[in-house]
Design a binder for this molecule. Sequence first.
Ligand SMILES: NC(=O)c1ccc[n+]([C@@H]2O[C@H](COP(=O)([O-])OP(=O)(O)OC[C@H]3O[C@@H](n4cnc5c(N)ncnc54)[C@H](O)[C@@H]3O)[C@@H](O)[C@H]2O)c1
Length: 439
Amino acid sequence: MPTKDNVRIAPAEGKLGVLTPGVGAVSTTFIAGVEAIKRGLGKPIGSLTQMATVRLGKRTDGRSPYIKDFVPLAKLDDLVFSGWDIYEDTAYEAALNAGVLDRSLLEQVKGPLSAIKPMKAVFDQEYVRRINGPNVKKAATNYEKAEMLMDDIEQFRKNTGVARVVVVWCGSTEVFHRPSAVHQTLESFEEGLRKNDPEIAPSQIYAYAALKSGVPFANGAPNLTTDVPALLAMARDRQVPICGKDFKTGQTFMKTLLAPGLKARMLGLNGWFSTNILGNRDGEVLDDPGSFKSKEETKLSVLDQILQPKLYPDLYGDVHHMVRINYYPPRGDAKEGWDNIDIFGWLGYPMQIKIDFLCRDSILAAPIVLDLVMFMDLAQRAGMKGIQEWLSFYFKAPMHAPGLYPEHDIFIQLMKLKNTLRWMRGEDLITHLGLEYYD
Ligand SMILES: NC(=O)c1ccc[n+]([C@@H]2O[C@H](COP(=O)([O-])OP(=O)(O)OC[C@H]3O[C@@H](n4cnc5c(N)ncnc54)[C@H](O)[C@@H]3O)[C@@H](O)[C@H]2O)c1
């Protein structure tokens, strides 16, 4: 049958492997969730690929298929999971430790979760200082470790018979680093791997191994990872999609909902103070100033980009934006985030907004992981390579082409995502002009 698709999309045949560096709170909540949903024990709340529709044509056409019926996505039943971690706990034990999902639910998916035994990790304590574990690869050079990761991917393919694989970084946040000389070209990067250059982070070794294996790589943490010229070029040259960084879940999600609204009404902002208490392992890692610095950078970048202070100096020229994360063990994964927002209106009269978000970090992150798996696999089957900016919707610090500014406004991000799906399928893009309804 002839197709009017703008891109040729290979069918989602066979099984789809999902590998996560990091088998912790987020990844086990995601995996256990998919297994529970497959058994009818819950619904995939928060996932666009499973629950959202996409409007096609005019508002009067009445065409709003589910995204999963509009573009060919893998089925939940086709997903096969594994991962790497520095701890030997199975996904079942890690999920129990994370304390996100109820034990009674985990018991019902104990079989598949217990079968997931993390592969040995590539780890460097210089990059994640607060934790240490025994399940790590040993080799003389990082180049050899990258080869071992590639071998893990190959063995996983062989053992499970998956047709395709996607990697999503769900590991701890690494300490803040800027791109350096070793990151500039593939040659310098590979040389750096051979010489154990300390500027190459473990997450970059995973990303290199994934890209070299032709496997899409999404980065759920704020680490630099693929945001360096060598790996960006590698993704393009090898026709592999990449995206990142840092899942947009609790407080930053709220920020990207509210800030565009304030700006839309031309209301001014003096200050935005955000603080959190958090007691899971992620919180423990972020208690280290180096890891927190990575997080702070992605969290702080959001407001500046949305508010455009250079265009609106009267409204946003002098904004005090502060973000704090406090490690407070009693809370576990049940984070609490407070925002105090000082705004001003007509004639400069001040007002305040207070938010108290009692969220569950991993409950918000799990559907993002699922959607990224589904969409990254789609992107690869559609021949899309390099940075997938249309997936900015899911990230605090969306990757973007050099010279572009990132798009943080969640409503623009959603429009971009859905228009990309429409474009793939050769449907008209939706502009919301709508004059034709009044002709
Ligand atoms: N939960 C959220 O809402 C959210 C939002 C945005 C970003 N993130 C990021 O996602 C990541 C995972 O979060 P989490 O709550 O699952 O944390 P977690 O601490 O429960 O899990 C991370 C796991 O990664 C492992 N790990 C660390 N370095 C590794 C390496 N080099 N190789 C393999 N495994 C490694 C740790 O042992 C740990 O088990 C963190 O970086 C976090 O900042 C989470």
